[in-house]
Design a binder for this molecule. Structure first.
Ligand code: MF3
Ligand code: CO
Length: 250
């Protein structure tokens, strides 16, 4: 069931989304060679708790941490660990924050020091594919319009579109209806209405689109070892378009 949020709920989701934006801004300067992903996780957990909010991933279906930290060929759901970030890595920080019962969700891929041109290309065009999807968000359009816009842009730039994971509705729960795939057919799927809130989150690879799951049962990696990037915003459907609830503050 796709829920339509009330004005009161939207206000709380704005708050949750703003905390997600603030956390990304807070952690960015720490993403440097030498830090471990566990240290990033601890810093973010402290930040969230200090803001009277909830790290919603922690304990979700047994996930053990506040952040998903996915490095290089890791696509999503990397578990923070003693892995030390190196110059030339890319790392996706994905977080869900709960505020007074409502969730905000955003992921961003960050460069660690100087990265090669392939990774720069991957990051730039994965981010742009999210904006191509966003442009389709307005009442009357359908989920398939978003999916197709992301896929078309990614494919035109020779990037792999991961099919196994997709975006989602969000509200009291981090995952609500509808599913928002990153591939699809225009003019298909549920119709967008004002008050819906969805997460659009392209996960693109520099190589083939195929992925596998590590033995930890969480970390999704590219099968061919190519790097992956992931950008996600929480987005409200408004009367005439959309409002990003997790805007970048930099
Ligand atoms: N941002 C992720 C998503 O969109 C959060 C899920 S990670 C989990 O699905 F650990 F909480 F499962
Ligand atoms: Co999400």
């Amino acid at each position: 069931m796709i829920t339509i949020k009330s004005e009161r709920e939207i206000e709380l989701m704005r708050k949750a989304g703003h905390l997600v934006s603030l956390m990304h801004q807070f952690i960015k300067p720490y993403i440097k060679e030498g830090i471990t992903t566990r240290e990033l996780d601890q810093l973010c957990e402290d930040f969230i708790l200090k803001n009277d909010a909830v790290p919603s991933c922690k304990g979700y279906q047994g996930f053990p941490a506040t952040l998903c930290t996915s490095v290089n060929d890791e696509v999503v759901h990397g578990i923070p660990s003693n892995r030390v970030l190196k110059n030339g890595d890319i790392v996706t920080i994905d977080v869900v924050i709960g505020y007074k019962g409502y969730q905000g969700d955003a992921a961003w891929t960050y460069a660690v020091g100087d990265i090669d041109d392939d990774k720069k290309y991957l990051m730039k065009h994965t981010e742009q594919s999210l904006y191509e999807g966003l442009k389709m968000v307005k009442p009357g359009n359908r989920i398939g319009d978003i999916s197709h816009a992301v896929e078309e842009y990614a494919t035109a730039h020779h990037l792999g579109v991961v099919h196994e994971l997709c975006g989602h509705g969000i509200g009291k729960d981090m995952h609500e209806d509808p599913e928002v795939p990153n591939y699809g057919v225009p003019n298909t799927g549920p119709r967008l209405k004002p008050g819906m809130v969805i997460c659009i989150e392209p996960m693109l690879t520099f190589g083939k689109r195929y992925v596998s799951l590590l033995d930890d049962d969480w970390t999704v990696i590219t099968e061919d070892g190519s790097p992956a990037a992931h950008y996600e915003h929480t987005v409200l459907v408004t009367e005439d378009g959309y409002e990003v609830l997790t805007p970048r503050l930099d």
